[in-house]
Design a protein around this ligand. Structure first.
Ligand SMILES: N[C@@H](CCC(=O)N[C@@H](CS)C(=O)NCC(=O)O)C(=O)O
Length: 140
């Protein structure tokens, strides 16, 4: 499948918890006009995922996928790096600067990897406590 000239972000309509939401955010931050193709995150995705794999839009059958600069790009963290580099705002001028940018980026990777478990634990803790506000306040 040949990518279009337009910038198109393919991602779910998942809200802030979805890994592609940060790609939406950075596109907006950089004021890049893009078509925001949103998909339902439900059992309709399995069929579409297969079609997109066959068409070469999504190698792994997952989203986000960004069509940009004549490429079909995937993987949300490399996408963030790509967009930041394109804006001249990622790498520094030395190996140390580059390490620093990668290290900060990888803190996000660690945080993101822990997020599902953290949210599950928070949900459980809240459901076990009748006074949710007090519970949260006691943790701050
Ligand atoms: N390593 C990929 C993972 C992408 C991923 O798992 N996307 C999820 C939504 S956040 C997805 O496509 N789920 C549907 C599926 O697995 O079929 C990335 O970082 O972009």
């Amino acid at each position: 499948m040949a990518p279009t000239k337009k910038v198109i972000l393919h991602y779910f309509d998942l809200g802030s918890k979805g890994c592609g939401e940060v790609v939406r955010l950075i596109l907006r931050e950089l004021r890049i006009n893009f078509e925001d193709k949103r998909y339902a995150y439900n059992d309709t995705w399995a069929k579409l995922s297969k079609t997109y794999q066959e068409k070469g839009l999504s190698v792994a059958g997952k989203l986000p996928v960004l069509e940009m600069d004549g490429h079909i790009l995937s993987q949300h963290i490399p996408l963030l790096r790509y967009l930041s580099r394109s804006a001249g705002n990622y790498d520094g001028s030395s190996s140390y600067d580059n390490w620093l940018a990668d290290a900060v980026s990888d803190i996000y990777v660690d945080w993101r990897a822990a997020m599902p478990e953290t949210l599950k634990a928070l949900k459980k803790a809240i459901s076990e406590r009748p006074n949710v506000k007090e519970y949260i306040a006691s943790r701050l």
